[in-house]
Design a protein around this ligand. Structure first.
Ligand code: BDR
Ligand code: CA
Length: 310
C-alpha cells in the first residue's frame, strides 16, 4: 500500500525536483500540493506547482494557501530562484487548474476525513499553512502521522542570516507552533542538504535523459548552481527539498539524532534559528529527528532512477 502524503511547497527549483521525485514514486500517494508564499509570492508558487504537475503528466490537485507569514512581512528569495521562482528553462503557463478551496481548509477537511495516522505532511517551504491549520483546527494535530520537513540548520548555521535557514526564518512563529505541536517530526536541515551537492556528471546525466523532465531538472540545477557556487565556493548546488522525499523512500540514506529543537522567535540577531540540542545538554524533551548526514551517492542514484521514469 502506498503512503499518503501532502506536499506543502513554495516552488522553487529544488521544490520542483522534490515534487517530481514524489510523483515518480509508486510508494507515495501524493494527495495534493498545497502552495504557500516563500521563495516567491503565492501567485507564482501556486502557478509553479501546477506547472510541475503538468510537466510530470499527472493531475494531482493544487491548492493555494497563505500569502504571508502569520505575523511578519514576507521575505522572498528571487536572488536564488529568479523572478519566477522556476527560472532556468522557459515553460508555458499551466492549464492544470487551481482548486477553488483554500489550502488551509483543504488540510483541515482532509485530515478530518481520514483515519488518524494515515497522512504524512511534507513541508518544503515556510510553515505558515500547516501552523494556520493547526491553530484553526487543533483536533487535526493528533491525526497527522508524521511531518517530514526541510528547514533549519545547526552546525551549518543559516543561509539567509548567519543563524537562520530560509524556510524557518520567513515564518518563525509558524515554525514554533509546528515544532511544539507534538506531531513526530523529521527535519532535513542545512547540515544534511549542504552534503547533498549536485555534480556536473549528475546534471549532464539528467540532460541526457532526453525527456522534458530531464531537460528541466538539468536547467534548473544549472540556474541555481551559479548562485550556490559563488556563495559557498562549493562545486555543486544543494538539492535541499528532495531530501524530504528521498527520506520517505529510503530512510536509511540519512542519519541523525532524536533531540529537542526549539525555534527562536524574538531575538533580532538570531530570529528563526533552530536551537538544536544535538549534544543533549538540556533536559528538554526530544521533539524531532534532526538529521545530520546523507549518503550522497545513494541519494543521487535514487533521484536518477526515479526521475528517469517520468
Ligand atoms: C530552502 O529555502 C528555499 O529557498 C529552498 O526551496 C529550500 O526549501 C533552503 O533553505
Ligand atoms: Ca522550498
Amino acid at each position: 500500500m502506498s503512503r499518503k502524503i501532502i506536499i506543502d511547497t513554495d516552488p522553487g527549483q529544488d521544490d520542483a525536483v522534490a515534487i517530481l521525485l514524489a510523483l515518480a514514486s509508486p510508494e507515495l500517494d501524493v494527495l495534493a500540493l498545497t502552495a504557500v508564499a516563500g521563495n516567491v509570492p503565492l501567485p507564482l508558487t501556486q502557478k509553479n506547482a501546477r506547472t510541475i504537475v503538468e510537466l510530470a503528466n499527472r493531475d494531482t490537485p493544487v491548492y493555494a494557501g497563505c500569502d504571508a507569514p502569520l505575523a511578519r512581512k514576507l521575505v522572498t528569495a528571487e536572488h536564488v530562484h529568479g523572478r519566477s521562482g522556476l527560472d532556468g528553462i522557459p515553460l508555458s503557463d499551466p492549464t492544470h487548474p487551481l482548486q477553488p478551496e483554500h489550502a488551509v481548509d483543504y488540510l483541515i477537511d482532509t485530515l478530518r476525513a481520514h483515519p488518524s495516522g494515515s497522512i504524512t505532511l511534507c513541508p518544503l517551504g515556510p510553515l505558515t499553512n500547516i501552523a494556520t491549520a493547526f491553530q484553526r483546527a487543533p483536533d487535526i494535530v493528533p491525526k497527522v502521522a508524521e511531518i517530514v520537513l526541510m528547514g533549519g540548520g545547526y552546525f551549518e548555521g543559516g543561509n539567509i542570516t548567519p543563524a537562520a535557514e530560509f524556510n524557518i526564518y520567513v515564518d518563525p512563529d509558524a515554525a514554533d507552533i509546528v515544532f511544539k505541536s507534538g506531531v513526530p517530526l523529521v527535519v532535513m536541515p542545512l547540515d544534511v542538504t549542504h552534503k547533498a551537492l549536485t555534480s556536473r556528471a549528475w546534471v549532464e546525466g539528467m540532460r541526457s535523459l532526453g525527456t522534458p523532465v530531464g531537460q528541466a531538472v538539468a536547467s534548473w540545477t544549472d540556474f541555481f548552481e551559479r548562485f550556490d557556487t559563488a556563495k559557498y565556493g562549493s562545486e555543486g548546488a544543494p538539492l535541499h527539498d528532495p531530501c524530504v522525499i528521498a527520506y520517505l523512500l529510503e530512510p536509511a540514506l540519512f542519519h541523525g539524532r532524536h533531540i529537542n529543537v526549539e525555534i527562536e522567535t524574538s531575538s533580532p540577531l538570531t530570529l528563526g534559528m533552530t536551537v538544536a540540542d544535538w549534544w543533549r545538554v538540556t533536559g528538554r524533551e526530544p521533539n524531532a529527528m534532526f538529521m545530520g548526514s546523507v549518503d550522497r551517492e545513494g541519494f543521487y542514484r535514487l533521484l536518477t532512477e526515479r526521475l528517469g521514469r517520468l
